[in-house]
Design a protein around this ligand. Sequence first.
Ligand SMILES: Cc1cc2nc3c(=O)[nH]c(=O)nc-3n(C[C@H](O)[C@H](O)[C@H](O)COP(=O)(O)O)c2cc1C
Length: 181
Amino acid sequence: MSEIVVLSGSPSESSRSDLVLKYMGSLLLEKGLSVRHISVRDVPQEALFYGKYDSTEIKEIASVIENAKGVIVGSPVYKATYSGVLKALIDLLPQDVLQDKPVLPLMIGGSMSHLLAIEYTLKPLLASLKGQNLKGVYLVDTQIDKQQISNPVMDQVILERLNKQLYYFVDIVNRQKAVVL
Ligand SMILES: Cc1cc2nc3c(=O)[nH]c(=O)nc-3n(C[C@H](O)[C@H](O)[C@H](O)COP(=O)(O)O)c2cc1C
């Protein structure tokens, strides 16, 4: 089982948020944590559309998340909130799937206009699954370079914010691991 699950909520084939999430996953690997990246694009469309919460794939995703020590959830801003397909997946997961887990939320929008979407839409959703939200990070398209796969975040201030949030996240995860050992 992976210690960290990175859940990517963009349906886009060339997704900026997915790139940033993969970058964060690579930093976590460097810190010695095992990481599982799950994209909504990998979930069978039929399971999502027809609400097949008891399908093998959905049960497996639920189990991987339940066994993780921490979860990062990322989404593009769509119409001032998280993507519909991310919600379609989350709707199929157990109500307490994030119980007692540190959760690092991340959103990427086209502009700063919907900066508060992370506070008023994504965080409440994750809290309803009983996740322990960190502050999280909000980025805009212009801060990301899709050509730079190894590190797509161009803006230094955002990069520092991202690293700081990851540092807090890893610290909580490691402290929880130490309690269990
Ligand atoms: C259907 C759709 C709706 C969007 N709605 C918003 C919005 O309400 N506010 C905003 O700031 N950006 C909006 N955007 C821009 C995306 O949030 C932005 O380009 C983001 O980086 C896309 O992430 P992705 O590449 O990971 O899919 C929208 C984009 C699409 C395709």
